[in-house]
Design a protein around this ligand. Structure first.
Ligand code: NAD
Length: 508
């Protein structure tokens, strides 16, 4: 362990715990009960939030329903909606440091990464603002001389937004500005582990002039807040990011009222490395792909599929790079990898590793908790496991930790078969200098995103989402915007002649 790069605790004073309240119909509401979040890296309470129950959830949904039906947001022009979203983008940029610090304290992610995510979210708001002016359908001028058909798009209505803990501000910004751009009203529930940056977002929305009731926030747990948001008759759509297990519960819960459900779920994402690849570059991208956000990332490339001729050399490169990645204190600006979200989750990660080793896999690096001087051991060592077979849990399930599983292949067909041998289909990557290999892989991989000779680059323009059990629907980009729109056909008689009667006059 001594040859790893560890940033031990640095000297600083933590801020007072943040107080989070619900935002209902434009007013900040204090709940009767509260819940605390203990920082994963520092072990102290960093926020105290109002704990929502059925009453607050119902009030927030009813406020969103009233705001939608009144048309104060849904029926104003795209230009007016865009103006508010652009103001929010500016306010996000002016508040990066404050939001990022709280995000790091609650999630354990490095402060440099939090700042990047918060600042980067502003671009999602600007892109969504542009889309607010593009809601368009089509027209049909060939239905006959007295008929005209127009297909228009309408906002879908009241949207429940439910988000996870691993990218709280970023994922909120993948959903909220697009729903608002479409003209929807919303009720947001952030994860109970990372509620504060969503409350801060609520403050910015009020400052930007979003009308009361258009965005409501209820803090609390999946049960009852999340489940009521999935069943309430006044909700038209649920957009959820989180685990596949909860995604299935929400789909079942929403089926009684046939709400639209859009799901961004888990992944077991492979990077496939061919012998003709730029191996230095590929090894760096694999190292980034597995340790980014301590592997607690839906897009984590937690398995690699390497050609057997280069496997030994490639694993040695990744192990050497892994030792240089700076793990440790999330508040040190040079730290690249921070803490694990809860002690229970850290134990789960270790369980996956020990089970794989017991089943015959080889530990190339790590495989144990990481004790960071001054901060404790809610960290996990960078871990590389080779000789992994495709049936092991570590090769099939989301470990959600800094753990890389190495599988090998002989032919392109083998590599594609291993890639697709998964219940997930979120993302996949291929490394080769041959455009033919890259394109064939991209066309045959069952994944919502395929990266060729890169990993995890994303843009507001490009749709994101998963195939198979990684989800339904798409987020961001034009396709993400369309998820929040209904299609309506307007069929118009335009001629001077009246419509041919259906009831024929009785013969006299
Ligand atoms: P989670 O499913 O445990 O919780 C997500 C949210 O759902 C939280 O706000 C939680 O309170 C709420 N929830 C829990 N039970 C609920 C219920 N019965 N009804 C309604 N809401 C309920 O997920 P998590 O642990 O917060 O996040 C990690 C998971 O999210 C991983 O599986 C990861 O892959 C996935 N994820 C996916 C993407 C993506 O874009 N595909 C992005 C980030 C995270």
């Amino acid at each position: 362990m001594n040859d790893l790069s560890i940033n031990t605790s640095i000297a600083y004073e933590l801020p007072q715990p943040f107080t989070g309240r619900h935002l209902i119909d434009g007013a900040w509401v204090t709940g009767r009960e509260t819940f605390d979040r203990v920082s994963p890296s520092h072990g102290t309470v960093v926020s105290t939030s109002s704990k929502g129950g059925p009453e607050e959830t119902d009030a927030a949904i009813k406020a969103a329903r009233r705001a939608f039906d009144a048309g104060i947001w849904s029926r104003i022009s795209g230009r007016e909606r865009a103006a508010v979203l652009l103001r929010v983008a500016d306010l996000i940029e002016a508040n990066v440091d404050r939001i990022a610090l709280q995000e790091t304290l609650e999630s354990g992610k490095p402060i440099s990464q939090s700042k990047g995510e918060v600042a980067g979210a502003a671009d999602l708001w600007r892109y969504a603002a542009a889309l607010a002016r593009t809601s368009q359908g089509d027209s049909h001028n060939t239905l006959g001389s007295d008929m005209l058909g127009v297909v228009v798009k309408d906002p879908i209505g009241v949207v429940s937004v439910i988000t996870p803990w691993n990218f709280p501000f970023w994922i909120l910004s993948q959903k909220l500005p697009f729903a608002l751009a479409a003209g929807c009203t919303v009720v947001v529930k952030p994860s109970e582990m990372t509620p504060s940056s969503t409350v801060m977002m609520g403050e910015l929305l009020m400052q930007a002039g979003l009308p009361a009731g258009v965005c409501n926030i209820v803090l609390g747990y999946g049960d009852p807040v999340g489940s009521l948001k999935s069943t309430h008759p006044d909700v038209d759509m649920v957009t959820f990011t989180g685990s596949t297990a909860v995604g299935k519960l929400i789909t079942k819960a929403a089926s009684d009222t046939l709400k639209k459900v859009a799901l961004e779920l888990g992944g077991k994402n492979p990077q496939v490395i061919f012998p003709d690849a730029d191996l230095e570059n590929a090894a760096d991208a694999v190292t980034f792909g597995v340790y980014f956000n301590v592997g607690q990332c839906c897009n984590s490339s937690s398995r690699i599929i390497v050609h057997e001729d280069i496997a030994e050399d490639f694993v040695a490169r990744v192990v050497a790079l892994s030792k240089k990645v700076k793990f440790g204190d999330p508040l040190d600006p040079t730290t690249q990898v921070g803490a694990i979200v809860t002690p229970e989750h850290n134990a789960r990660i270790d369980g996956y590793v020990q089970e794989a080793v017991a089943a015959g896999a080889r530990l190339e690096l790590g495989g144990a908790y990481l004790d960071v001087e001054g901060l404790g051991d809610q960290f996990y060592q960078p871990t590389v496991i080779s000789s992994v077979s495709a049936d092991m849990a570590v090769a099939r399930e989301e470990v959600f930790g800094p753990v890389l599983s190495v599988l090998t292949f002989r032919t392109l067909d083998d590599a594609i078969a291993l890639t697709n041998d998964s219940e997930y289909g979120l993302s996949a990557g291929v490394w080769s200098e041959s455009v033919h290999t890259c394109l064939e892989f991209a066309r045959r991989a069952q994944a919502g995103t395929v990266w060729t000779n890169t990993w995890m680059d994303g843009y507001p323009e490009l749709a994101f989402g998963g195939m198979k059990q990684s989800g339904t629907g798409r987020e961001i980009g034009k396709y993400g915007f369309e998820e929040f729109l209904e299609v309506k056909s307007v069929v118009m008689r335009v001629g001077r002649d009246s419509r041919a009667p259906w009831v024929t006059p009785r013969a006299e």
